[in-house]
Design a protein around this ligand. Structure first.
Ligand code: 3PG
Length: 207
């Protein structure tokens, strides 16, 4: 299922890697207070799934998605945890069949024109362009805008506070994702004041 509607104009999607599940709620509250209303919690750490569950239960205004989905088993698990959408670095037929069946709004990853076209054929008009900076960045997105005008992207991977506005200025970019708003080091030390400042700056770019 295409996730375009869910994004509903949100321009910034913080990508969060949580090691300590006890920090999840404070982190989400800090982002909401800064004006951000969508978050991608990656399944890269063992705490990811429980972090999603806790944020969903405690911070109802936050739209919580699950990132780095790679296996079909994770689809069920994230839905049970309450994730409203899923994000993946790429896509496989099996994974797409599973999210379709489950009805999970999904942002599949693509980095080449053929991958993008295959996803478009399956109805995905919102795609994650990953890893954005390494896969060609802004020049690449400009180059595909004319040949594949139907697709809007959520570039992620290597995007910084400085680069984000340039990505967002492109017509085929719906939102940008990234971990620059919630650096792992700041989460680990519990420096939510610093995260709040980064989040407030990001929110200025469009919530
Ligand atoms: C992701 O999982 O989407 C990316 O690894 C996040 O990329 P970043 O850490 O470079 O922002």
């Amino acid at each position: 299922m295409d996730a375009s509607k869910l994004l509903a104009g949100a321009k910034i999607v913080p990508v969060v890697v949580i090691d300590d599940v006890d920090k999840a709620v404070a982190l989400a509250e800090c982002l909401v207070a800064a004006g951000l209303r969508i978050i991608e919690v990656t399944l890269r750490t063992a705490a990811g799934l429980e972090a999603i569950e806790r944020i969903v239960d405690t911070v109802p205004t936050m739209i919580v998605g699950a990132g780095s989905i790679r296996s079909v088993d994770q689809v069920d698990a994230v839905m049970q945890a309450g994730a409203r959408f899923g994000v993946a670095p790429g896509a496989t037929g099996r994974l797409l069949n599973t999210v379709d069946r489950a009805g999970l709004p999904f942002v599949p990853g693509a980095a080449t024109a053929s991958e993008m076209m295959r996803l478009l054929q399956r109805g995905y008009t919102l795609q994650k362009f990953f890893p954005a900076e390494l896969a060609g960045g802004i020049p690449f997105l400009k180059a595909v805008a004319a040949p594949v005008p139907e697709i809007r992207f959520m570039p992620t991977g290597g995007i910084s506070a400085e680069l984000a506005p340039d990505y967002l200025a492109l017509n085929n970019v719906a939102a940008v994702g990234g971990s620059w708003i919630t650096p792992q080091g700041l989460i680990e030390t519990g420096d939510f004041e610093a995260i709040a400042r980064l989040a407030a700056d990001a929110a200025q770019l469009g919530m």
